[in-house]
Every structure is written in structure tokens, then in C-alpha cells.
Design a protein around this ligand. Structure first.
Ligand code: DGT
Ligand code: CA
Ligand code: CA
Ligand code: ZN
Length: 571
């Protein structure tokens, strides 16, 4: 068991005990949970090293809690916790997954309204009964309802960046089968959407039985939902559903086009076909006498319909069809075209690798420059750096640069924007760094006006080159802060501040529509990985995907430039 899992169970125990009106025990469990969360070492490692005795050296962990941790580590379960769950049937895990609902709220809701599940909470909130409780109001009731909506919307969808490696691996395996002539992943995966509902494999094969046998017996499969000669459906062990279809070679392009979608894009294309007196389906385009006139390749299908081939990332029926008909599609930024990564954290704060390790990995991935941008002092919970430490780190970067021959490391920071828009590091220090990114890490709930003013103020600082995390959202976990994106984009343009497309799979702060707007106004963009360990630098490509979905070209993204030209674009 990982530290955070142990801590979570201890927190939940504290909450259950509190519901039972226990006096001191809840505090004890909370305290232990907090110090376990703050540990830099794995609890399992501590236990292996010195058993219960070593566990008891963790602040707040006494003998009784140490024994419980031992049980969790050895059995993966805790009988005491299971008993509490039975005795007090409140779905703490479900309820705490609603944004803004914490232990305090759950306790009151249980005592006053006997609420035990998310479903019950939704019902009473809709009846207006939450707003009548002491300490709650209309706003908290609406917040709860919004939180529940948000949770429901995200249910069952998977973050593309985390699902992709396994899907690519399966695609590769299918491609190696001698019976398989062609294979692709269609659907939202091919369109590189932020999240995917299920994966859609498409195959051409002369021996479909063999392909289906192979697909439905892969080690990653939890169960087979259906199996046929042209279509099978499975659930993978990670929870993701995957379909596979075997299609005739002569229809492959039409099938790939159809199963890539999205649905609205397909419907619009079908309408165009009908206007021409034809029929478009996953088998091809057919004329009045039902003769196939296109379908072998996607290019052929689009061409027959009178337009250029449309990159999958654009297929959302948001103007791409019109643009393709006029031959006015953007020349999208290419995968693999980034030369730098300007948001990287290291061991100096909450990253796990050293400056040098991050640099070497970036070089392996073909980058020419990176910036080290650790957190600053306001974010004490991740060991944020103060002025002195930042300058010390700068020295270490200079030293490391001498040890490298290819890649150049820039000194930087992810400086914190305080509630009033002031930065938590002095201008004097910021002025000595190569690159400064600024981001919001607190007070997410300010009004739209206040939040926008706060961020604009930071962007007006002459040292702030990049606005990191322009919306602060965490997909499926935290909503974006309320900001006037038009004004942020305007300010970016006026002040020469670059807007970040954060590539981290759960972040992707700027959505496609934001990127489109920034491109339209001519604001500059940058794609950063936000890597906290060296394996995460690879996330950059998901940022490129997001940029493509926002119609961005290479010229819109500053880190497609060589170092020398990139540096010229900074303030
Ligand atoms: P997802 O799985 O929710 O992330 O999104 P998609 O786009 O992968 O959707 P999915 O898996 O339900 O279907 C794959 C594609 O098949 C979809 O993008 C377009 C096509 N498709 C599905 N249902 C329909 C439909 O009713 N009409 C049309 N024209 N196309 C459809
Ligand atoms: Ca799908
Ligand atoms: Ca599907
Ligand atoms: Zn961090």
C-alpha cells in the first residue's frame, strides 16, 4: 500500500469516529494521517527497515495505529476499518469525491439529514433542503449540485495520456500478427480528445477468427463482453472498454473515417453526400445505382466529397469541414516539433529527479533546451524555494550546463501569484533568471472579476514571461477558476506574456476553444510538460495534440523555435 492510500484510510477512520461522537480518537487518526502524507519515504520501506518500532517513530503514530498500519501493509486491508464501514453505512469515499465536500460537511449532512450516499445528497439538494441548514446557503447548495454534475460527467472516462501507452502497445501487437494487414485506433483516441470513453480498434484481415481469438485472450483483459467475426468487445483490467472491428479492405478508409468520428462531423459529411445524390456509410460512398465510388482510403472519401483530408484532431464539426472545402485548413503544428520544455520540477521541490537527470532525459527525447521551474516559498507544502535557494539553484544549473555538451538548461521558476496578484518572489531575484513562469495555486474561488484582475496583474510584471496553468483545472477533479479568458488573451498579447498549454494529461489547462481564441488574437503559446519526474517529459506530445485540436500552427507555439529565437521572444 502506498502512503496516500494509508493516509486516506486513517482520515476516513477519523471521520467515522467523529460521527460516533468519539472525543479524542479522531484527532489522533487525523494527526497520524497528516504526518504520513508529509513523509518523503515510503511507509512500507520504514516498516521493512524496523517493523512496528520504526513506524512508531513517525510523528503522531502510537502503538495502536502502528499495528493497524502493519496490518494494512501485510494484508492490504484493515479489519477495524471494515467494521466501521459496516457499522456506519456512509459512503465517505463517494461523498468526498464531490468537489468542495469534505469531512465536516459529510458529518453535518449525516447528522441533520441522514445523508449516506451521493444519490441521497443530490436528491435533498434538489429539494432545496441543504440551503436551509445552519451554516449552509444557496451558494453551497448550488456548489454541491455542480460538484455532483461534474462528477457524473467524468464518470467512466479515461485520461488520454494515461490510457494511450497500453492502447498503442495493443495496436502494435495486433499489427505484428501475420493475419493482420492494417490496424488503427479510431474514435476519440485518434482525435486525441482529453478523455476517452472507450477504445475503437479497426483491422483489415483475411482471417478474422484468428484476430478475434487473439484480441479476446490478451493478458490485459478482464472480461469479454461479446465476440463475433466482425466485432468483439472487451473490458480491460484497467476498466477501459475496447471494441475491435474487422472490416473489408475496400472499405477501410470509409470505416476508419466513420469510426473516428466524431458523430457530428460524420452527420455533416453524410448530409453533403446526400446533397450530391450519394450515400455515405462505413462501407464507402455509393452512387444512385449503389456502386461504391470511394472508400478504400480516407483521402479518397474526403476528396470525393469535395474537400481536403481533415486531420482527426479537427473532426468536431466546428468549422473544419467548411475550411477543408475552401482548402483553408490550418497547417497544424507537427508532433515531434518541440525544441524545449519550459516547465520542469526537480528534487529541489516536489519532483523526484535531479536537474541533471531531467536534462539528460530531455536530451534523449531530442530537446535542445529546458527550463527548471521549481515551486516557490508560498507553496511550503511542496518545499517551495525562497530567494536564496533560487539563486543557489541557479548556480547549480550553471555548473550542470558545463557538464552537458548538447542541451542547455535555463534557470527559471514557477513563481506563485498571491491573492492580490503580487508575486511571492522579489523582482530583484526574478530579474536574474532566464525564464519566469507564474501560476495561481490558491484562492481558486475568487469572483471572475477578482481572479481575472489578479492574473492580469501578474502578467503585467515585466519579469513574467509565461502564464503557467491559465485555468487551473484538474480534469475530473477540480473545475477551472472563473476567469475572463478573452481578457487574459488580450493581456497576453499586449504584455507579450506567453500562455501555457500544459501537457500534463490531467491538466491541459487550455482547452481547444481557448487555444483557438488565442490563435485568432495572435497571442503566443508554449507547450510544457510540467514533468515532476523524467518519464513525464514524454507528456509534451499530448500538449501538441491539444494545440492541434485548437488549430494551432507551428508559428503560434514559441518552443518550436531554436533556443536563440526562443530567447528573443521573452520579455
Ligand atoms: P468516446 O468513446 O465517448 O470517447 O467517443 P468516440 O468518439 O470514440 O465515440 P464512440 O466510441 O461511441 O464511437 C466511435 C465513433 O463511431 C464516433 O466517433 C463516431 C461513430 N459513431 C458512433 N455512433 C454514431 C452514430 O450514431 N452516427 C454516426 N454518424 N456516427 C457514429
Ligand atoms: Ca470511443
Ligand atoms: Ca466505441
Ligand atoms: Zn509541482
Amino acid at each position: 500500500m502506498k502512503n496516500f492510500e494509508i493516509a486516506k484510510i486513517l482520515y476516513n477512520i477519523a471521520l467515522y469516529l467523529e460521527m460516533e461522537e468519539e472525543q479524542f480518537k479522531p484527532r489522533a487518526y487525523e494527526k497520524a494521517a497528516r504526518s504520513i502524507e508529509a513523509l518523503t519515504e515510503d511507509v512500507s520501506g520504514i516498516y521493512k527497515r524496523g517493523g512496528i518500532k520504526a513506524l512508531m517513530e513517525i510523528p503522531g503514530v502510537g502503538e495502536s495505529i502502528a499495528e493497524k498500519i502493519e496490518e494494512m501493509l501485510l494484508t492490504g486491508k484493515l479489519k477495524y476499518y471494515e467494521r466501521l464501514k459496516k457499522r456506519i453505512p456512509v459512503d465517505i469515499e463517494g461523498l468526498t469525491s464531490i468537489e468542495g465536500v469534505g469531512p465536516k460537511t459529510i458529518k453535518i449532512l449525516y447528522k441533520k439529514l441522514k445523508i449516506r450516499t451521493v444519490g441521497q445528497l443530490e436528491k435533498v439538494a434538489k429539494q432545496g433542503r441543504i440551503s436551509k441548514l445552519e451554516g449552509f446557503g444557496n451558494k453551497s447548495e448550488q456548489d454541491i449540485l455542480r460538484g455532483i454534475e461534474f462528477l457524473k460527467r467524468g464518470k467512466g472516462r479515461f485520461l488520454l495520456g494515461y490510457a494511450m501507452p497500453l492502447l498503442k502497445e495493443i495496436e502494435g501487437r495486433l499489427g505484428k500478427l501475420p493475419e493482420v494487414k492494417k490496424v488503427d485506433i479510431g474514435g476519440s483516441t485518434r482525435r486525441m480528445k482529453e478523455t476517452i470513453g472507450d477504445a475503437d480498434f479497426l483491422v483489415v484481415s483475411s482471417k478474422p477468427q484468428k484476430v478475434m481469438d487473439f484480441f479476446t485472450t490478451m493478458p490485459e483483459i478482464a472480461h469479454v463482453s461479446s465476440k463475433g467475426l466482425t466485432k468483439s468487445m472487451v473490458k480491460l483490467k484497467n476498466g477501459l472498454d475496447a471494441d475491435i472491428r474487422v472490416v473489408p479492405e475496400g472499405s477501410y478508409g470509409a470505416a476508419l473515417q466513420y469510426f473516428t468520428g466524431n458523430k457530428d462531423h460524420n452527420i455533416a459529411l453524410r448530409k453533403i453526400a446526400i446533397e450530391k445524390g450519394w450515400k455515405l456509410s462505413e462501407y464507402g460512398i455509393f452512387d444512385k445505382s449503389d456502386r461504391q465510388i470511394a472508400g478504400k482510403s480516407e483521402e479518397e472519401v474526403y476528396k470525393k466529397l469535395g474537400m481536403a483530408w481533415i486531420p482527426p484532431e479537427l473532426r468536431e464539426n466546428t468549422g473544419e469541414i467548411e475550411a477543408a472545402m475552401k482548402n483553408k485548413l490550418p497547417k497544424l503544428i507537427d508532433y515531434g516539433s518541440l525544441k524545449g520544455d519550459l516547465q520542469i520540477q526537480t528534487k529541489w521541490t516536489d519532483g523526484t529527479n535531479s536537474i541533471k537527470e531531467m536534462a539528460e532525459e530531455a536530451e534523449n527525447l531530442g530537446l535542445e533546451y529546458i527550463a527548471i521551474t521549481d515551486h516557490t516559498k508560498r507553496n511550503a507544502f511542496v518545499g517551495g524555494l525562497d530567494e536564496k535557494q533560487i539563486l543557489k539553484q541557479k548556480k547549480e544549473i550553471e555548473k550542470t550546463n558545463k557538464e552537458l555538451d548538447g542541451l542547455r538548461i535555463l534557470s527559471g521558476t514557477e513563481v506563485d501569484i498571491l491573492k492580490n496578484g503580487v508575486l511571492d518572489i522579489s523582482d530583484k531575484v526574478l530579474s536574474q533568471l532566464d525564464v519566469v513562469g507564474a501560476s495561481v495555486h490558491s484562492n481558486f474561488n475568487l469572483s471572475k472579476v477578482q481572479q481575472t484582475e489578479r492574473i492580469i496583474k501578474a502578467m503585467e510584471n515585466e519579469h513574467v514571461d509565461i502564464l503557467f496553468h491559465p485555468t487551473g483545472r484538474v480534469i475530473q477533479q477540480r473545475e477551472p477558476y472563473d476567469v475572463d479568458m478573452e481578457r487574459i488573451i488580450q493581456t497576453a498579447k499586449e504584455t507579450g506574456t506567453i500562455l501555457e498549454i500544459n501537457a500534463f494529461p490531467s491538466r491541459l489547462d487550455l482547452k481547444d476553444e481557448h487555444i483557438k481564441l488565442a490563435v485568432k488574437h495572435g497571442a503566443k503559446l508554449i507547450i510544457n510538460s510540467d514533468a515532476h519526474n523524467k518519464n513525464q517529459i514524454r507528456f509534451l506530445e499530448f500538449g501538441v495534440a491539444q494545440a492541434r485540436r485548437g488549430w494551432a500552427e507551428s508559428k503560434d507555439v514559441v518552443n518550436t523555435r531554436k533556443l536563440k529565437d526562443f530567447l528573443k521572444l521573452l520579455k
